[in-house]
Design a protein around this ligand. Sequence first.
Ligand code: FE2
Length: 295
Amino acid sequence: MIKRLRQYWKNRTTRRRFLLGTAGGGMAAMGAGYAYMRLWESGWLEVNRREVKLDQPHALETPIKILHLSDLHASKVVSLAYLRRALKMGLDLQPDLICVTGDFITWKYKRYAEYAEVLSQLSAAAPTFACLGNHDGGSWAEGKMKLGNGDSAEVRELLTAAKIKLLHNEHTTATINGSEINLVGVGDLWNHECEPETAFDGIDTTHPTLLLSHNPDTKDQLAAFPWQLMLSGHTHGGQLYLPGLGAPLAPVKNKKFVRGLHRIDDRWLHISKGVGNLHGVRFNCRPEVTLLTVA
Ligand SMILES: [Fe+2]
């Protein structure tokens, strides 16, 4: 009897040690995974170069190099020092034109003066245009997040201070490398500010047209309008990109369009994975600056 009790106790102790060891190993692995996502991959910038060949009659004789940046998300987890480094990586590519497709901040932000000084590096190097994202202020930020960020006044002032031209449901024409191109920007979908009728009103369709729209889900709403290349962000490439599953957390209805360059009929859509992030983590989804060579 005593022998059986000793054996029982011995087995139980071994099982407990095994379970504790397994749990400890699991916790350590989770901790290491989180540290990787938080401390390493979220700041592991990559440079991507992509070629865009426009169809006739909008093909360009002299190619233009467009630096596409998106979702900078200045915040407690995305520092200005990191953003300065990202912008320098982009500017080292010597772009002819720079487009930033929204989400300059996360929820709310305070250090606007220093941020404007960082962003002004862009406009000092090349003509720089932007559209707003859902975090930059509007009904989504006000209502959904209840953060009192009801309008985009602060981000608009930031862009003005940085000499970045905001295109909010409007268009302009710029001469880049000798070619006249239209630049159109629409307001954010989630903020219910996407008004393409206003943005495209009176546009000269003989010029190639570049469209800035934060959320790629707008591509269907915008399909009826005359553009050749649309630049978007918003998805952060999924931020967590899981083997076999892709980007289940990407905040778009159409999960096929979360990153990269896509050909849609006779047009192009480029979706940036973004420079910053939310919550400080990325997995299998490095932040990017992208140089599009458009011809
Ligand atoms: Fe974003």
